[in-house]
Design a protein around this ligand. Structure first.
Ligand SMILES: [Zn+2]
Length: 399
């Protein structure tokens, strides 16, 4: 109930900030603002922080639905029913609990306001199934389920995964090509065209329904979300599989943060295309999928600042404003490279993550068809999988 009360105070505060300046405060702002609030001290400090993070996440989720075109999505509400505060889940982190593995105890810390004396705590005993190993406890959640409080214990188990190899790959996330992966000698392009047609189809069907709150409209929203999720899962899975096959140990993903801030134009003009484009939250989702799928395969997935990668030449390294991008082609006046602009960007991201080769090491020869084979991934409607086909093209054209 203390967690619900703090949630409500934070929700009210967020609403006031929204009214005053048109922005929803993030959890950092809420924490700074409410740190000294009476309700904050009803729980262990880290548990209180977690409540505020949950509220910020709920707002982010709501924005995501809005960006998805779901106008009916409701912002997070207050936690109160018939004058009663529901029993919200309380999360205990690091200093919020103590685990006594030998005796099977977990001690949960109370908030300053609820302690009877300095070392007051809630003592819980647990009995886990014999085959469940309770160790390296990261987090304990007290959840009220089926009329009783239960503990969810989150343990960390390290699994040894061997890295597929020492190769480095770079990923550029974009609009025309949802993803472009460069392995140095070959690049894979994942066009987003069919996925986009899919989105348009649902947007159109949605517009045709008379009542936007109807069962049919909700069904369409759900189906669209499912298909989108499926698309990104299939995409990230395919990228990781390709990386494993090519002995990639490090996968560098171009981080859009810089571009979103400084409004770098060109082929990645975020604002103009409406809500079918790759927004920040889609990037975050894809990034998370790549990160955990990569990690499970032993690949180190890292972010690399994408600034400058669309402008510089991946073959000769020249960077200036005279470099051209024309109809999706990157043209270098210095060395004559003509390459797919996304492939050039992905290769630059890859090079950023590469350990600089020793001067004696031979430079890879990019003049000879380093993007000779293009692979297209198509969202196949009938099988609900990504259909893969390869087309071979000649070596890069030089003017
Ligand atoms: Zn060049």
């Amino acid at each position: 109930m203390n967690a619900s009360k703090l949630w409500n105070v934070a929700r009210w505060t967020a609403g006031r900030v929204w009214d005053a300046c048109g922005q929803i405060p993030d959890d950092g702002v809420l924490k700074a603002y409410l740190k000294t609030h009476e309700r904050y001290a009803d729980l262990n400090a880290q548990s209180s922080q977690r409540v505020l993070e949950e509220l910020a996440e709920a707002f982010t989720g709501w924005f995501g639905h809005r960006n998805n075109g779901n106008e009916k999505a409701n912002p997070p509400g207050y936690r109160k029913h018939n004058g009663e505060h529901p029993r919200s889940t309380v999360t205990f982190k690091e200093d919020g609990f103590k685990h006594d593995a030998k005796n099977g105890y977990i001690r949960l810390s109370k908030g300053r306001n609820t302690k009877a004396h300095y070392s007051d705590f809630i003592l819980c005993t647990y009995e886990a199934d014999p085959y469940v190993l309770i160790e390296n406890v990261q987090q304990v959640r007290a959840v009220y389920e089926h009329g009783e409080w239960r503990l969810h214990i989150v343990c960390r188990h390290d699994i040894e995964v061997e890295s597929p190899g020492n190769e480095v790959a770079g990923v550029d996330l974009g609009i025309c090509n949802v993803a472009t992966v460069s392995f140095g000698d070959i690049a894979l392009l994942y066009p987003g065209g069919v996925h986009k047609e899919d989105e348009y189809y649902f947007a159109k069907k949605r517009a045709e329904t008379d009542d936007s709150a109807s069962r049919e409209a909700r069904r369409l929203d759900r189906k669209r979300t499912d298909r989108r999720t499926h698309f990104y899962h299939a995409l990230s899975k395919d990228i990781v599989t390709e990386c494993v096959d090519r002995k990639v140990g490090t996968l560098a993903v171009g981080d859009l943060a810089g571009i979103r801030e400084d409004g770098d134009g060109g082929s990645k003009n975020w604002g103009k295309h409406g809500n079918l484009d790759l927004h920040g939250w889609v990037f975050d989702r894809l990034w998370k999928m790549l990160e955990y799928k990569g990690e499970a395969a032993g690949i180190d997935v890292v972010r690399k600042d994408e600034r400058g990668t669309s402008k510089s030449c991946s073959a000769c390294g020249r960077t200036d404003d005279r470099q051209r991008v024309e109809r999706g082609l990157y043209v270098c006046d210095e060395c004559g490279l003509v390459a797919n602009a996304d492939t050039n960007g992905a290769e630059n991201i890859r090079q950023k993550a590469q350990v600089p080769p020793s001067p004696a090491a031979p430079q890879p020869d990019r003049s000879n068809g380093w993007m000779a084979s293009r692979k297209s991934q198509i969202f196949d409607d009938s099988s609900k999988t990504l259909r893969v086909f390869e087309t071979a093209s000649g070596p890069p054209v030089r003017s």
